[in-house]
Design a protein around this ligand. Structure first.
Ligand code: C2E
Ligand code: MG
Ligand code: MG
Ligand code: MG
Length: 295
């Protein structure tokens, strides 16, 4: 996933950077510098109960997503800097910086809204096999005051597919201390379906491509209906990612999909902006139970 992925990301990603394909040593050095200075930002995107509306204040959790604004080039897409970090042994540092900021932000969000939320953080497969992963996470949670019971670690379906014993051990270890696990980008890989019954996981995040096809055909919807039933039987809570339209939302509600996430509800935002948006929406709704929590 290194060179080609990077090139494609540069060519097509949002916030693309104006560089030619191939190695970009300058960008790598700048990323290193930014990580050393903890100069990465975090935005939070709500996970909501579908069926409430585009302005949903019914959120149960937030996903933390890394943002990097290069001092000269401006915003760099995660589709560029995440693979760059993964290919150059910086992803552990990146995940640590992001997780620390995210936990601190989640504490603020909880205090401002009074909601009982979970926080999900993305973890690269490479970072999961690092023996320091779990101890670091526990230390971060303790130091920031974010409870382990409110923490969810997202690992991609492709990581799960190729999961070594070490990876599985890490996921088991997380769950043993009360941290939950989500399988991210589900539906983009090849074989994770056959491992779902033995995978140590709590949430299944349905990839945005899958969500986009929801309104395309009855056969697609039948597939999702089956997937939702099966997930429920296995004790996995499904989160549909990338919900962009009211039609997709309606389809999810009709199928009984428990949770959703996407631009239609809320864009990923810095914590202060998110607090303001949620409090404004709650005032408009004037419904005491508008901000939910507790999943
Ligand atoms: P992901 O974990 O699957 O995150 C969801 C992506 O979908 C995010 O892209 C989010 O901004 C975007 N998104 C949210 N709602 C919608 C929607 O309605 N439509 C569409 N088209 N997209 C939507 P983003 O922020 O660019 O991040 C891309 C990927 O980079 C993430 O995918 C994740 O795999 C990775 N990533 C981001 N932050 C971190 C991090 O701190 N650590 C690691 N290891 N990976 C990260
Ligand atoms: Mg994710
Ligand atoms: Mg995803
Ligand atoms: Mg992804």
């Amino acid at each position: 996933r290194t060179d080609t992925a990077l090139y494609e990301a540069k060519a097509g990603g949002r916030g693309r950077v104006a560089v030619a394909g191939g190695a970009d040593d300058d960008l790598l050095e700048d990323l290193r510098t930014a990580l050393d200075a903890h100069a990465l930002d975090v935005v939070l995107q709500p996970v909501v109960v579908p069926g409430v509306g585009p302005d949903a204040t019914r959120f149960v959790g937030v996903e933390a997503l890394a943002r990097w604004t290069h001092p000269v080039r401006g915003p760099v897409s995660p589709a560029v800097f995440i693979p760059l970090a993964e290919a150059n042994d910086l992803i552990g540092d990146l995940d640590r910086v992001v997780t620390r900021r995210a936990c601190a932000d989640a504490v603020l969000l909880r205090e401002a809204t009074g909601a009982d939320l979970f926080l999900t953080v993305n973890a690269s497969g490479r970072h999961l096999v690092d023996p320091g992963f779990v101890p670091d996470l526990l230390a971060t949670a303790a130091e920031t005051g974010w409870p382990l019971s409110g923490l969810v670690v997202e690992v991609t379906e492709s990581t799960v597919e190729s999961a070594s014993d070490a990876t599985r051990d890490t996921l088991e270890e997380l769950r043993a201390v009360g941290v939950r696990v989500a399988i991210d980008d589900f539906g983009t890989g090849y074989s994770a379906l056959s491992q779902l019954d033995t995978m140590p996981a709590d949430f299944l995040k349905l990839d945005a491509h899958f969500t986009a096809q929801l309104t395309v055909s009855d056969r697609r919807r039948a597939l999702l209906a089956g997937l939702l039933r099966m997930s429920g039987d296995l004790g996995l809570v499904v989160i549909a990612e990338g919900v962009e339209t009211g039609e997709q939302e309606d389809a999810l509600v009709a199928l009984g999909c428990p949770l959703a996430q996407g631009y239609w509800h809320q864009r990923p935002q810095p914590v202060a902006a998110l607090v303001a948006a949620l409090l404004a929406a709650r005032d408009r709704d004037d419904s005491p139970g508008a901000v939910l929590g507790g999943v």
